[in-house]
Design a binder for this molecule. Structure first.
Ligand SMILES: *[C@@H]1O[C@H](CO)[C@@H](O)[C@H](O)[C@H]1NC(C)=O
Ligand SMILES: *[C@@H]1O[C@H](CO)[C@@H](O)[C@H](O)[C@H]1NC(C)=O
Ligand SMILES: *[C@@H]1O[C@H](CO)[C@@H](O)[C@H](O)[C@H]1NC(C)=O
Length: 377
């Protein structure tokens, strides 16, 4: 019975979650220089959630939700588990080699839990050189050989009830508690996973066509399960709607778009509706382009506003100009008056200032007088 170990094939995905699996998959492979290459893959139902390999042996989250919900301490604990399993697997490979004819090039193991309506069940399967080798039977705490090569090893290990008890506790019970943690973390993550969902609706004019491309842009860290719909007066647009994405923005967020062509002469009543697990958002188009320019040629509101703004600005400039001009005349006059008064020594500074500042006309008379006096000097 040459059954190829189904190690790297995932269990089928069940809609409605009839059952769920959580498992660790391991591979230890000897490279040509007889060094053992090791990899630990952690799977939750149908997807890889952690990966630990290379020389650093740090367990890296592979999903947005495992990245976001695992604390530093928890991640360090994951890496410690990986390093421990690395050592265990090297020891097991060595032990297996002592009991089989030939060499063990590849050891593959998987252990974890399957959860369904009757409970949570642990399992552990081993394979050597690509063939089924041993299966652990948790209720009986026994190893069962899946190949003739494994008979002597199973017999030997089954003599050590304590060791099998330890395997059950340290490996399979860890899986059960980790499975419960994952279910909780994923449940907590789901309501927040579309956090920061943003919706923009605007249009780009299509030159010389009287049409515009109406676009609804939806951005969030996770857009799975999010649906976008364009409506006109509450009625969904069906024909000519193009859906694009989701595709990554390059900053950790994703974007999707719904676009349709609309007439520039009728820009009212368009909305974009976005529906997700955690969000329902509707945004109505204001008839403007992305840079807030009006698109409808018959809509004069924008023009009127622009004209009003220009008029107010011109008025303000004129008023400001007059004030500045006045101030300058006063200051110049005061300066010249002070200079003349001090040259002639007729008045002290304080009197000169007050006469000048409070009555420029009297100062002007004084100026003509003093300049004529200057002429005599
Ligand atoms: C749940 O899984 C266990 C172990 O595979 C199996 O024996 C049991 O019949 C399953 N129960 C249901 C309700 O599917
Ligand atoms: C190993 O090979 C020898 C000789 O070919 C055979 O007698 C023995 O049963 C084999 N052992 C195993 C565990 O297959
Ligand atoms: C969004 O709307 C749908 C359909 O009307 C509804 O089933 C869902 O519960 C709503 N979700 C939220 C978060 O309000």
């Amino acid at each position: 019975m040459l059954l190829i170990l189904t190690l790297m094939t995932y269990l089928p995905i069940f809609s409605g979650l009839e059952w769920q699996t959580f498992e660790f998959q391991y591979i230890v492979r000897k490279d040509p220089s007889n060094q053992a290459q090791f990899r630990q893959t952690t799977l939750f139902t149908d997807s890889v959630i952690f990966l630990c390999d290379g020389s650093a042996l740090t367990d890296q989250p592979q999903q947005e939700w495992t990245r976001q919900t695992f604390t530093r301490d928890e991640l360090e604990e994951r890496s410690r588990y990986c390093r421990h399993q690395h050592q265990e697997h090297l020891d097991w490979l060595h032990e297996i080699e002592g009991t089989i004819n030939g060499t063990a090039e590849i050891l593959q193991t998987r252990h974890g839990v399957l959860a369904n309506h009757s409970g949570v069940f642990a399992f552990a399967h081993w394979g050597v050189n690509g063939e089924d080798f041993l299966t652990f039977d948790p209720p009986r705490l026994e190893w069962q050989p899946d190949s003739n090569m494994a008979t002597s090893l199973a017999r030997s290990w089954n003599k050590h009830k304590m060791r099998n008890q330890h395997f059950e506790n340290s490996v399979l019970n860890v899986c059960k508690s980790l499975y419960n943690t994952l279910v909780k973390k994923q449940r907590l993550w789901k309501p927040t996973r579309q956090q920061g969902l943003e919706v923009y609706i605007f249009a780009k004019p299509i030159p010389e066509s009287g049409l515009a491309s109406l676009q609804c842009h939806v951005t969030a860290s996770d857009l799975s399960g999010v649906r976008t719909q364009l409506t006109k007066d509450g009625v969904p647009l069906h024909s000519g709607v193009k859906l694009i994405g989701p595709r990554p923005n390059g900053d950790g967020t994703n974007q999707m778009r719904a676009q349709a062509q609309v007439s520039l002469s009728d820009t009212e009543g368009y909305s974009c509706h976005v529906q997700g697990d955690a969000h329902n958002k509707s945004v109505t188009w204001d008839g403007l382009s992305l840079d807030k320019k009006t698109l409808n040629p018959h809509d004069m509101r924008g023009v009127l506003v622009a004209v009003a703004v220009c008029l107010i600005a011109i008025l303000l400039i004129i008023i400001a100009g007059r004030i500045i001009l006045k101030e300058n005349i006063r200051e110049d006059a005061a300066r010249i008056f002070r200079r003349n008064q001090s040259q002639e020594g007729l008045l002290d500074g304080a009197d000169a200032d007050s006469s000048c500042l409070f009555n420029p006309l009297s100062w002007l008379n004084g100026f003509s007088n003093s300049s004529s006096s200057n002429g005599h000097l």
